[in-house]
Design a protein around this ligand. Structure first.
Ligand SMILES: *[C@@H]1O[C@H](CO)[C@@H](O)[C@H](O)[C@H]1NC(C)=O
Ligand SMILES: *[C@@H]1O[C@H](CO)[C@@H](O)[C@H](O)[C@H]1NC(C)=O
Ligand SMILES: *[C@@H]1O[C@H](CO)[C@@H](O)[C@H](O)[C@H]1NC(C)=O
Ligand SMILES: *[C@@H]1O[C@H](CO)[C@@H](O)[C@H](O)[C@H]1NC(C)=O
Ligand SMILES: *[C@@H]1O[C@H](CO)[C@@H](O)[C@H](O)[C@H]1NC(C)=O
Ligand SMILES: *[C@@H]1O[C@H](CO)[C@@H](O)[C@H](O)[C@H]1NC(C)=O
Ligand SMILES: *[C@@H]1O[C@H](CO)[C@@H](O)[C@H](O)[C@H]1NC(C)=O
Ligand SMILES: *[C@@H]1O[C@H](CO)[C@@H](O)[C@H](O)[C@H]1NC(C)=O
Length: 905
């Protein structure tokens, strides 16, 4: 019993003593009646709960957040974290005039306590003892009252995260005792007051995330105690004042996301204590001064991303003892990265050097860095080091055997622009490409003249021959016979026949050695293969000197060897800006003949219509309408040249999207020229037809027995146009049933009478407004007329070109056309109406004005080609290829009973 009692007593005693200890400071009671009244006033206006500020107890001891001096005067009011009564919550306001009565108040903390309204003037008027004012995130609005400048004892001023507007009052510069000034995350405008230079005791200045503009006042450099200077996310401009280098106490400098320009001041040496330097996302230029870093040897973080900094990365970075994070991404820095020294404490470093212009090889020393982002540069060679592969991002460089790298073209361009050799190919050092000597050019001219004269003579001879032959075989009248006989005539103008030696071609373009081109393609490596074409394999290659070219390798053991001769022959005689630029050839090798063309940066239409924006990106970029129209016109120009300006007319025979090559400006250069041949039974045919009235010969074109007529190109071009309108890839490259079905389904949506119909087949990725839609409509109409099943009803290429050049004329002229046209529904008259004034009979082809410069050389030397080039991959001798083209080349239905004869009269 006694023990129990003594325990109870001792517990009671303990309790008693603990109360004494807690109230160790002699119980202070609020001494000022004014202050008591003012507190109650505050209590009710703020709506504080009696749980926190109980009415019965003395505020000095019983109210939370209230602190009193020994003499019973209130020195601290801290309502941060207090909650309001329901009523108080409903009507929160900053009506705290009563605050003015706390004349000894040193601290007012309302951080996070909502006080909507402006900062009351009482703070400046009477609270002269105030040392700490914390109104962070208190929903304060309106400008800072300049009277705050009268708080001469103020040490810390926090106003961040409010809706404060207006400019920073100059008077804040009078707060000579201020050590912390935080005005961040407000809506403050204007510039940084120059008066801030008087805040000599300031240790932290945070003005970030406002709308401050103008330059950083150089006078800030006088703030010798400043440790934190944060001015990020404003619109500060001009250069970083060198005077900031005097901030010898500065630990953190954050100037991110402004419009600061100029170069990084060389003279920041004074920043002996700087640990963080963040100047990203500005428009700084110039180089990274190496000595800047030597002196700042406490630096830990350097952020300079998204600027225009150029020059090399100073290698002194590697030897900085404290440095652990560097972000210089998105700049224009360049050079070969200095290898980090392994002895350095580099293992804890994170480096972001991405999206610059660094180049050269990467050695394993970079693996010592814990993470390094090197993406978006021009590093080359192989990366073998496992650790480096693990700890780094290496995409979008020029590295071998790694996915998602820059294009060969990019890399080669970069390295050659730097005068360096790009080692992806093991190419020797850059040398000038062999230039054609002037004497050779001269001799070439002579040859041309010779070819011309001989060609002219041969044309005459040939004409006579053909006439004679045709007269002899008038009963048979088969075109094949005609062409074959042409083939058998001796080659014209020194141009070799299919079996002729290659020496004559040496004048066509540059002559390369096989070894030269072998090197240029990296031994025809798979990685340089563009595609297997039907007339040879296409390789990307870089000539000595850096020119990027495309090389076609024709293996005459597996391909028909004539195809390359067709091209050489063609390039020897014609040249036009719409044909792919031919650079030269190498014919020395027994089995492999090589043709060299200029590289077309935009590939061909089939790959350009939609292209991936980036290697790793799924989204597709599509050619806009303006470009598509430009491409259509360019291709039409090329074909128009072949059909109408060459004599005899040349038929391309391989018109499809992949034959339409695009240079860097999306100008069309027609490629796939190995199938070209002269139009079968050209000039003479119509002469014969007229003279001898051989109905068979006029029929052959449409019955499909004849391969090479210009109308075939027109048909294929129609499909290309349709591909441009509908965005349906592959239409122009195939003739199969699916394609024909698709055509059958699509063409009815093209109507000269109803514009809107075309929107149903329009490429959905095309953005076209109403004006453009008319052009789309016009192109669709042109396409449809090109696709007329009857060759004779198809427009001539030069009218197609005219129509594409004036697309609106096609639709508008028609719209104002006669009612008769509107009521006719037959395709033929529809077609006729579209091309109304331009429409000419197919006999126009033959009587086309021979305004061509190549006329003299054209002769009929191309004649033999028509018998040579058959479509498809199959080789074979001349006699089989003679028959082959028919079905391949003439895709349109041949079951049309009514074949209109050309209106030759
Ligand atoms: C007052 O300030 C301190 C920090 O200085 C804080 O922890 C406290 O929650 C604040 N509020 C009250 C009512 O005491
Ligand atoms: C004000 O109170 C908050 C607590 O809510 C505290 O974090 C803050 O440091 C206080 N302000 C000052 C200046 O002590
Ligand atoms: C406190 O001061 C204000 C003006 O600053 C005055 O209007 C008021 O009467 C004073 N007394 C109390 C109890 O609020
Ligand atoms: C504020 O201070 C200035 C001097 O710095 C003085 O002229 C002015 O009267 C003061 N205002 C108040 C309301 O005390
Ligand atoms: C600045 O601060 C130091 C101590 O940090 C103090 O001794 C000095 O008096 C202060 N100066 C002013 C003008 O308040
Ligand atoms: C920049 O400041 C504005 C205004 O205070 C703010 O809305 C925005 O979120 C800030 N941006 C950043 C990145 O801090
Ligand atoms: C990057 O620097 C190179 C010179 O090294 C210069 O030609 C190029 O214009 C610069 N690019 C930008 C975006 O400043
Ligand atoms: C090729 O370039 C390298 C440096 O890139 C140089 O060392 C070498 O001497 C050059 N060789 C020739 C043949 O110019």
């Amino acid at each position: 019993m006694e023990i129990q009692i003594s325990i109870i007593i001792s517990i009671l005693l303990l309790f008693q003593s603990s109360r004494i200890i807690s109230g160790q400071q002699p119980k202070v009671r609020l001494s000022s009646r004014t202050e008591r009244l003012a507190l109650f006033e505050l209590r009710s206006t703020l709506g504080l709960r009696s749980k926190d500020w109980p009415r019965k107890s003395d505020p000095c001891s019983g109210w939370s957040g209230i602190k009193c001096r020994n003499d019973g005067r209130i020195v601290e009011i801290n309502i941060s974290g207090l909650r309001r009564t329901r009523l108080g919550r409903l009507n929160p306001q900053f009506s705290v005039d009563s605050l003015g009565n706390f004349t000894h108040l040193t601290t007012f903390n309302a951080s996070g306590f909502s006080l909507p309204g402006s900062i009351p003037n009482v703070f400046g008027e009477t609270l002269n003892s105030l040392e700490i004012l914390d109104l962070r995130y208190s929903s304060v609005i309106d400008p800072i009252p300049s009277l705050l400048g009268n708080l001469s004892n103020l040490n810390q001023l926090y106003l961040s995260g409010n809706g404060i507007t207006g400019i920073i009052p100059e008077t804040l510069g009078q707060l000579s005792k201020l050590s912390v000034l935080d005005l961040s995350q407000n809506l403050i405008t204007g510039s940084i007051p120059v008066s801030f230079s008087s805040l000599t005791n300031l240790t932290s200045l945070d003005l970030s995330s406002n709308f401050l503009a103008g330059p950083i006042p150089p006078s800030l450099g006088t703030l010798k105690s400043l440790q934190f200077l944060k001015l990020s996310n404003n619109s500060l401009s001009a250069s970083i004042p060198a005077q900031l280098g005097d901030l010898s106490s500065l630990v953190e400098l954050d100037l991110t996301t402004n419009s600061l320009s100029g170069s990084l001041p060389m003279d920041l040496k004074g920043l002996r204590n700087l640990k963080k330097m963040m100047v990203g996302d500005n428009i700084l230029d110039g180089t990274l001064p190496g000595n800047l870093f030597t002196s700042l040897n406490k630096l830990q973080f350097v952020v300079l991303n998204h600027n225009n900094l150029s020059g090399p990365l100073p290698d002194v970075l590697w030897s900085m003892p404290e440095l652990r994070f560097v972000d210089v991404s998105y700049n224009n820095l360049t050079g070969i990265l200095p290898s980090p020294r392994l002895s350095d404490t580099a293992s804890a470093r994170v480096l972001n050097l991405s999206n610059n212009q660094f180049y050269g090889n990467l050695d394993s020393s970079f693996a010592s860095i814990s993470f390094i982002d090197l993406s978006g540069n021009y590093f080359e060679g192989k990366v073998a080091d496992e650790a480096l592969l693990m700890n780094s991002s290496l995409t979008s460089n020029c590295l071998q055997n790694l996915p998602s790298q820059k294009s060969l073209e990019d890399c080669t361009f970069f390295y050659t622009a730097k005068g360096l050799l790009f080692d992806n190919f093991g190419l020797p050092n850059a040398t000038q490409p062999p230039k054609a000597s002037p004497s050779r050019k001269k001799s070439r001219k002579w040859i041309f003249i010779l070819v011309g004269v001989l060609g002219g003579l041969c044309v005459i001879a040939l004409l006579v021959l053909v006439l004679v032959l045709c007269l002899c075989k008038r009963e048979r009248g088969v075109a094949d016979q005609t062409t074959r006989s042409v083939t058998n005539t001796p080659p014209v103008g020194g141009t070799p026949g299919p079996s002729g030696g290659s020496k004559d071609f040496s004048e066509v373009g540059e002559v390369f050695t096989y070894e030269q081109l072998l090197r240029a393609t990296g031994n025809f490596s798979e990685s340089n293969l563009i595609r297997h074409g039907h007339s040879g394999d296409l390789f990307r290659a870089v000539l000595e000197g850096g020119t990027i070219v495309v090389i076609k390798r024709v293996d005459i053991r597996t391909m028909k060897k004539e195809s390359y001769m067709v091209e050489l022959d063609l390039f020897g005689r014609v040249s036009h800006t719409r044909l792919v630029p031919f650079l030269g050839h190498s014919l020395g090798h027994d089995n492999e003949k090589l043709l060299v063309y200029r590289y077309m940066p935009n590939g061909d239409l089939s790959t350009s219509l939609y292209r991936k924006t980036r290697e790793d990106d799924e989204s597709l970029q599509t050619l806009d309408w303006i470009t598509r129209l430009k491409v259509a016109i360019g291709a039409a120009e090329g074909l128009s040249y072949l059909h109408h300006e060459c004599n005899p007319p040349l038929v391309h025979r391989d018109v499809q999207a992949s034959s339409i090559l695009l240079d860097d400006k999306f100008e069309v250069r027609l490629g796939s020229l190995s199938e070209i041949c002269s139009q079968e039974g050209d000039t003479h045919q119509s002469v014969i037809t007229r003279l001898l009235r051989l109905p068979q010969s006029s029929e052959q074109g449409s019955s499909g027995s004849s391969a090479a007529i210009c109308a075939y190109d027109v048909y294929c071009f129609g499909k290309v146009l349709l591909e441009l309108v509908t965005g349906k890839l592959g239409i122009s490259s195939s003739n199969d049933a699916t394609t024909n079905e698709w055509l059958e389904h699509t063409l009815p949506y093209i109507s000269i009478y109803e514009k809107e119909l075309v929107t149903k087949i329009l490429d959905s990725s095309l953005m076209v407004d109403d004006d453009l839609l008319e052009e789309v409509w016009a192109m669709a109409i042109v396409a449809k007329s090109c696709l007329n099943p009857k060759p004779s009803k198809r427009p001539l290429m030069r009218y197609v070109l005219k129509a594409l050049e004036n697309p609106l004329k096609v639709v508008r002229e028609e719209n104002t056309g006669s009612a008769r046209l509107r009521t006719t529904s037959s395709r033929g008259s529809w077609n006729a109406s579209v091309f109304g004034s331009w429409r000419h009979s197919s006999s126009d082809i033959t009587s086309a004005p021979g305004q061509t410069a190549t006329r003299e050389g054209a002769g009929s030397s191309l004649k033999h080609l028509s018998t040579i080039g058959s479509q498809g991959s199959g080789g074979g001798d001349l006699s089989t290829s003679n028959k082959k083209p028919s079905s391949d080349i003439f895709p349109e239905p041949s079951d049309l009973p009514d074949i209109e004869r050309p209106r030759a009269d």
